[in-house]
Write a protein that binds this ligand. Structure first.
Ligand SMILES: Nc1nc2c(ncn2[C@@H]2O[C@H](COP(=O)(O)OP(=O)(O)OP(=O)(O)O)[C@@H](O)[C@H]2O)c(=O)[nH]1
Ligand SMILES: [Mg+2]
Length: 359
């Protein structure tokens, strides 16, 4: 399952946003370091296409794709050296696939700010510096290991060492690893993960974030990095999440919002992480699955069951909109509109797939 780590300074509104996203009950408080142990929550990814498919397939069970959110302790200056909650928070975000970086844009009247004033770009810099410092220490350990391996005489270590040195330099220049153009292994680096900035704006701007000068700064900051920013009003969204589903729509409309923070963040996250959705219609169950773009058919089958990957024979595929037009998988097969695809087929966004495999 794809996972997001929610990071940011104390009192940025991380737990409030987490609750809004997961309808969970993480503790929220107007004092810093309210969160100590990470909160985990799994949410169904809102998907109107899945709903449309299910109207046609009429399954007993509709299973949406899921996403995991991890709400961690606030980060402070010096965290990578053990300040605040120290290094432990870093271990909680090592394993996530991507980051939601919450930047506080709501005023400091009643909720204190660890830096004493409102300045989301300064805050972003503090958090990013800590992540960069943590990455540098990972890379320095990698460097020592490679320097030892150099003695084996294998030229590949020389190249790896050089890339590592260049990456370390890139980080010392205060650039995140994700913008390093020369490849190298970024998998265990925090700043190698895709990031979406969630600007936690004041209630008064909820409907018109562009009118908030503080949000505009965040938006520009994100753009400069080729990243996305999503304005959210965490406090309002947390209230929203407590309402029954039908009332949420009405409340959103009242607020002048077309979609919830969950929908907007999931969409930004999908783009940033280059994910796509495919569907399976099998017996009584219609399901959605999130996978990285470019995933081959056998690996996609493996998401459902490892046996299906091992015994993969072929995939029968139809685009979701065509399926809805034709009415059923069986009718599509009868008309010859199903495509037969082999092991080299890259699953496309919106494919409805029936995997054939031997057991
Ligand atoms: N006015 C306003 N207050 C908010 C908003 N989001 C969060 N708060 C308040 O800010 C305080 C801190 O929110 P939390 O969600 O606990 O912050 P956090 O980032 O999880 O903080 P730590 O766990 O301490 O790192 C709480 O009193 C929230 O009610 C918002 O959008 N508007
Ligand atoms: Mg918290």
């Amino acid at each position: 399952m794809f996972s997001y780590g929610i990071i940011g300074l104390p009192n940025a509104g991380k737990s409030t946003l987490f609750n809004a996203l997961t309808r969970g009950a993480a503790a929220v408080a107007a004092y810093p370091f309210c969160t100590i142990e990470p909160n985990l929550g799994e949410v169904a990814i809102p998907d109107p296409q899945l709903e449309a498919i299910a109207k046609v397939t009429e399954p007993e069970k509709v299973t949406p794709a899921m996403m995991r959110f991890v709400d961690i302790a606030g980060l402070v200056r010096g965290a990578s050296k053990g300040e605040g909650m120290g290094n432990q928070f870093l271990t909680h975000i090592r394993d996530v696939d991507a980051l939601i970086h919450v930047l506080r844009c709501f005023p400091i009247d009643d909720v204190s700010h660890p830096e004493g004033s409102l300045d989301p770009l300064r805050d972003a810099g503090i958090v990013e510096t800590e992540l960069i410092l943590a990455d540098i220490s990972v890379l320095e350990r990698r460097r020592e290991r490679l320097a030892r391996l150099l003695k084996t005489g294998d030229p590949k270590y020389k190249i790896e060492l050089q890339t590592t040195d260049e990456l370390i330099e890139h980080l010392y220049d205060e650039h995140p690893a994700r913008t390093f153009a020369k490849g190298g292994d970024l998998s265990d680096l925090l700043t190698g993960k895709p990031v979406v900035y969630a600007a936690n704006i004041a209630e008064e701007y909820a409907a018109n974030p562009e009118e908030d000068a503080t949000f505009r700064l965040v938006k520009q900051y994100a753009q400069e990095q080729g990243a996305q920013s999503v304005p959210v009003c965490a406090a309002l969204e947390a209230e929203l999440a407590e309402l029954p589903w039908e009332e949420q729509r009405a409340f959103l409309k009242e607020l002048g919002l077309a979609r919830s923070a969950l929908e907007r963040l999931v969409e930004a996250g999908y783009q940033e992480s280059d994910l796509i959705t495919f569907y399976t219609v099998k017996g009584p169950e219609t399901s959605a699955w999130a996978i990285p773009r470019g995933t081959l058919a056998p690996a996609a089958a493996g998401r459902i069951h490892t046996d299906m990957e091992k015994g993969f024979i072929r995939a029968e595929v139809i685009n979701w909109a065509n399926l809805i037009e034709i009415g059923s998988f069986a009718a599509a097969r009868g008309k010859g509109t199903l495509r037969l695809e082999g092991r080299d087929y890259q699953i496309q966004d919106g494919d409805v797939v029936l995997f054939r495999f031997k057991t």
